[in-house]
Unconditional design. Structure first.
Length: 372
């Protein structure tokens, strides 16, 4: 039996996340024509300016779905072959035997074996993901640093491999998606950002979604606060930040309404073909950056509770901002949630994040939003 939206339950659940310590969050939940939008807390801890559900937000790795969709549209056009070696297209970036062994599909589903470039781009975070030995200084040092994607790709390619090409479980690596951006540019003759804007964002009718060209978030938005596991106390605002460090792996700006529209159209087969969507939903086990092993498809991953319907979408985290967007497989029920504080957890003696009341409250909000 379908559970219709209950505004009272949703209002209580979103308020509970704020009470657990989240400065501000906002969300939209849809069930067919029924829509609930809610917000709790503040967008600025100094002025008390409230968050609102229409705010623009850095959505982090939700970007990966957009990048995957762009590649699949080129697969449909015949300009990219999903199981072709990346070395056929980008021999200078992934040379030799690795370029011949790693396919486009392996980049999209994180089974390429390519390492994460991140610790090499941020030297004081060089122990990442050994969080106990990292520090936040690089965040401030690199607020306005402009990285070129090929510079970051070179760091990931030169690093010790995370595994053999095609082996599972794969390892979640942003290097893969920066390479997909270079692939798009190679086959389309335009920048990947321009291609995605025209062929994905505008095609889906998203009015408040963009790949930024500078460090600012245009339009109404919240400040976003990074705690870095208690090492930044009080948490610091990182809403002004050059997102070239994440590029087509994580730089997108959007709204909760736009994300629900995008994933609804995608799951309905209106952005890519039904056969491409079926490919997106073919999953493999992938180890995430926090050490968990989850199923991952082509820029999508599933979420489900025992005995409940499966939802598909993506989450994202950048400095200070977090997002989760999930749509039921039939496209009817949709949820997008945005939060303006990241890593409030303290670290335990082994250097792993301890559970936080915010985590439990967010999980409860997700359950209410998806299943009622």
């Amino acid at each position: 039996m379908r559970n219709a939206l209950n505004p009272d339950e949703l209002n209580a659940a979103i308020e509970n996340v704020h009470r657990a310590g989240m400065p501000g969050l906002f969300a939209e939940v849809r069930d067919g024509e029924q829509v609930w939008r809610g917000a709790a807390g503040v967008a600025d801890v100094e002025t008390g300016r409230p968050v609102t559900a229409d705010m623009r937000h850095r959505v982090g790795s939700v970007t990966k779905t957009f990048t995957s969709v762009a590649v699949l549209r080129e697969v449909e056009s015949g300009r990219i072959a999903l199981d072709a070696p990346i070395g056929r297209y980008l021999p200078r970036l992934v040379p030799g035997a690795r370029g011949e062994a790693i396919t486009v599909r392996m980049l999209i589903n994180h089974t390429s074996g390519l390492a994460e470039y991140f610790p090499y781009a941020y030297p004081s975070l060089k122990a990442y993901p050994d969080l106990a030995n990292t520090g936040p200084q690089s965040l401030d040092d690199n607020r306005l640093t402009r990285f070129h994607p090929t510079e970051l790709i070179a760091m990931g390619v030169a690093a010790p491999p995370a595994g053999a090409p095609g082996a599972t479980p794969g390892l979640y690596s942003n290097t893969n998606y920066l390479l997909l951006g270079e692939l798009l540019e190679r086959v389309t003759g335009t920048t990947a950002e321009r291609y995605i804007t025209r062929n994905v964002i505008e095609r889906a009718g998203l009015r408040d979604t963009e790949l930024p060209t500078g460090p600012d978030i245009d339009g109404p938005h919240s400040r976003i606060y990074e705690a870095w596991f208690g090492m930044i106390d009080p948490p610091r605002d990182y809403s002004v930040f050059d997102m070239s460090w994440a590029g087509l792996a994580g730089s997108l700006i959007s709204t909760v309404a736009d994300l629900n529209r995008f994933y609804g159209l995608l799951l309905a087969g209106e952005i890519v073909s039904p056969s491409s969507l079926a490919q997106m939903r073919r999953t493999v086990p992938v180890v995430t950056q926090d050490g968990k092993t989850n199923d991952y498809g082509l820029g999508l991953y599933p979420m489900e509770a025992p005995g409940q319907a499966t939802f598909w979408g993506h989450g994202g985290t950048v400095w200070g901002a977090g997002t989760l967007a999930m749509t039921r497989a039939d496209g009817r029920r949709r949820m997008a949630v945005a939060v303006n504080l990241q890593r409030p957890n303290r670290l335990d003696s082994s250097g792993r994040p301890e559970p936080h009341a915010i985590d439990h409250a967010l999980d409860a909000l997700y359950r209410v939003a998806m299943y009622g």
